[in-house]
Unconditional design. Sequence first.
Length: 379
Amino acid sequence: MKIAQYHFTEKKEWAQTGGTEAISPSLLIVFGQRQVIESSEAIGQLRQKFPEAQMIGCSTSGEILEAKVYDGTVTATAIQFENTQVVSHQLVIDNTDESYDAGRKIVSMFNHNNLRHLFVLTDGLVVNGSEFVRGMQEELPQGVSVTGGLAGDGPDFVKTLVFTHEAAPGSNIIAAVGFYGEGLTLGYASMGGWDSFGIERNVTKSKHNVLYELDGEPALDLYKSFLGEKASELPASALLFPLSIRTNSDERPIVRTILAINEEDKSMTFAGDIPQGSYVRLMKANVDRLTDGSMEAAEKSMADWDGKTPDLAILISCVGRKLVLKQMVEEEVETAQNQFGDDTVITGFYSYGEISPFMKFLKCELHNQTMTVTLMSEK
């Protein structure tokens, strides 16, 4: 596996930042700020430079390149595989209710023979992530893993973009790359670092990913009472106080982030389902707990590597973590890098949701507010 990385900055041109000079990539992984993608020729220039390469990418809430975090740029990681084949597909989703069917459809678009892994990027505002993942699980062959994320739009929640070598950057798009062949070594894990506080509340009225009532009270009013003066900054301030959700006492809680609020019916829309009858608690975090979560995700993703160094690490972290970490945001990337070693090439982005199992051999789920790691090497 040969890898080269490129950075598109305020100079409005691509500059190589590391890796192999002479490369014929079969895959480009691209992450960038929505406004830069829309207003520049960054994606078009990549297509011209590497016309034979498959491409998958999305808009972000921050770009990760090596151990640095950027805003207002576009990054590209070019990968030349030696004995792994890659195929990409994309589809358009018209509304949130189609999320489950879209999950089934995107998996069914791939030939399942010798398929090892799917890397998926989705619109971050239209797709119900948990329904989408549930749909994928229905069609996924045994032994095939899935990781990926929901596109971001900074802290703005206005519009997100997904694109491939065939599909221009646009909203309502879901894209996936399939990796084929026995030569690919994979690792993945997802961990948080948020702490629950306050009393547990019962979800007394919800529909899919829209929450209407907690303990019989309007959900938005109750949530605003938790936030105090930060309520005026909704929905952005909700990233600092996600909800922990569990459907039964034996289940590991999953974190859910608010994407939108509705003042008329006092509801809140989340990145994934909030089942009626489930229980939720408010969550908060600090720098140390979040960096510990990043370290744990990196450690668990390396569990079966026997001391070997991965060639590539794709880090997908939630925008809420970035808002908590502020100027210390690079610490969670550096903490992960320390587990991989300096020779591992790192790319990634800050997202509106992460798709991964908690660790190997567990089912894939939608996460919010986690650091999600995908590792790749060729044997």
